[in-house]
Design a protein. Structure first.
Length: 486
């Protein structure tokens, strides 16, 4: 049995209270290990270590030296690839073939990508005329923001954690990471990598625990935390924002979504089916950018529904290490209970269940896991809860539409605004509809195609702020203007 301890000031340690909680694998519910739950002493120690490191060797390093260290961290993650892969798949249950192509390599790449982007971005400068004719020179200077609280989710644990830690450290900050209680392994393992690579003590810290009345709330409310970056559900984001209001700390929040896909009759249907299969069902539907609402132009509606159903029938469920498996369980029984409640609600609201809608029989060895059937519905009203509330499972509702104006209104009729996907071979329509979407990111004829130099974040209740490229630079640094009278 493994023990997942906190990583504070360069060392692993248990909680002073000795309180622990279980970490179970969602594939078959076997016990992976015990996780130390942080209390206020551990959170205080982690924040103090992070604050002290700003004034120690980390603060004295040049940007080039920091980047060299972070590049080594990325290399070491890849050198220990199999360990990270095993840890990630045990925690999440996702197939190896998915995590080995997305989670681990992109988790490592976040350190290199942001180091390169941030190292090469200039600051502003202006020459100001003055009454004496001699002028003044103004130039911007960027400094680390300080101690950054990173509260990361369970669906892509390593990738979405390093998406924040990478640029934070590249900008000279220090971090205290609170990973999801469901997926503690890779954040803990990264502590070992930081030790091996010579990252100074206190630069990278990890505290384990839950949200309310636990490590998450203690960290977000800590007065010595200078900024908070969070990915997760909107309700938690609102709680973090309330905590951040005390002391006026900066926040970057990527929250929930109920993302639409707009499929026009002139689309390349093969591409649209393949893309929708991924956006609705990859990672068992547990992707913040995933599609839960699909709008299909009426001439191809029946064909689209049938072909998507055939695609779902081809998904293979099974153990993560099986190379033929492309569909895993949900992250936990608790989350499955939530998703199943929506499956039942869909029937109550009058949905036609095209496929799925229940729990598969996985056999004696796996039936204790958090398995669920990929599901497609049609026939729901636009005001149905299933159409309007985020489910975060492998499911989607498909509805026909008749005009561009109609589908734009339908797609935007949500309190969320994270992403949208458009399928059309008409470039004018693609641009016109994309610009009309009330969302932070819009894909045309693709999905989850990410250039890390571009802005990422949500509109409306899907979040506040943008990260990625120079937008991460804006969040993770303070810019001061220096005015020199000539």
């Amino acid at each position: 049995m493994k023990q997942f301890n906190h990583f504070i000031n360069g060392e692993f340690s248990a909680s002073s209270s000795q309180v622990v909680f279980e970490n179970r694998c969602p594939v078959d519910n076997h016990l992976i290990g015990q996780v130390a739950e942080a209390g206020q002493p551990e959170v205080n120690a982690a924040v103090a270590a992070a604050k002290a490191a700003l004034l120690g060797p980390w603060g004295d390093m040049t940007q080039a030296q920091r980047i060299q260290l972070l590049d080594r961290v990325a290399e070491r993650i890849n050198e220990r690839f199999d360990e990270f892969l095993q840890a990630e798949c045990l925690d999440t249950g996702k197939p190896h073939k998915i995590a080995s192509h997305i989670d681990i390599p992109r988790g490592a790449a976040n350190f290199k990508a942001f180091s390169e982007t941030l190292a090469n971005h200039p600051t502003e400068s202006f020459k100001l005329d003055t009454p004496d004719g001699k002028g003044a020179l103004n130039y911007g200077h960027r400094s680390p923001k300080g101690v950054i609280a990173v509260i990361s989710p369970w669906n892509l644990p390593l990738l979405l954690m390093t998406w924040k830690v990478g640029p934070a450290l590249a900008c000279g900050n220090t971090v205290v990471v609170k990973p999801s209680e469901e997926t503690p392994a890779t954040a803990t393992l990264l502590g070992e990598v930081m030790q091996e690579c010579g990252v100074p003590a206190g630069v990278y810290n990890v505290v384990h625990g839950f949200g309310p009345n636990s490590a998450g709330a203690m960290l977000s409310g800590h007065p010595d935390v200078d900024a908070i970056t969070f990915t997760g559900e909107t309700r938690t984001g609102e709680a973090i924002m309330r905590s951040a209001a005390v002391g006026l700390r900066n926040v970057s929040l990527e929250c929930g979504g109920k993302n639409p896909s707009l499929v026009f009759a002139d689309c390349d249907l093969d591409k649209a089916i393949e893309g929708t299969m991924r956006s609705a069902f990859v990672n068992c539907g547990q992707v913040c950018l995933g599609t839960e609402r699909v709008y299909v132009e009426r001439p191809i509606f029946e064909q689209f529904v049938q072909r998507l159903k055939e695609g779902v029938e081809q998904l293979k469920l099974g153990r993560p290490e099986d190379p033929s498996v492309d569909f895993g369980p949900l992250v936990s029984h608790k989350h499955r209970d939530k998703v199943l409640s929506y499956y039942q609600l869909a029937k109550q609201e009058g949905a036609t269940v095209v496929i799925g809608g229940g729990v598969p029989d996985m056999g004696a060895e796996l039936n204790d896991g958090a398995w669920i059937e990929p599901t497609i519905w049609t026939g729901l009203n636009d005001d149905a809860r299933v159409v309007n509330e985020e489910i975060f499972g492998p499911c989607c509702h498909i509805r026909p539409f008749d005009s561009e104006t109609e589908v734009i209104a339908l797609a935007n009729n949500t309190r969320y605004g994270l992403s949208a996907t458009i399928w059309t071979e008409n470039s004018s329509r693609a641009c016109r509809v994309a610009e009309a979407m009330e969302a932070g990111i819009v894909w045309v004829n693709s999905w989850f195609l990410r250039d890390l130099r571009t802005a990422f974040g949500g509109a409306k209740e899907s979040g506040i702020g943008r990260e990625g490229g120079v937008h991460s630079l804006e969040f993770y640094t303070e810019i001061k203007n220096i005015c020199i009278k000539l």
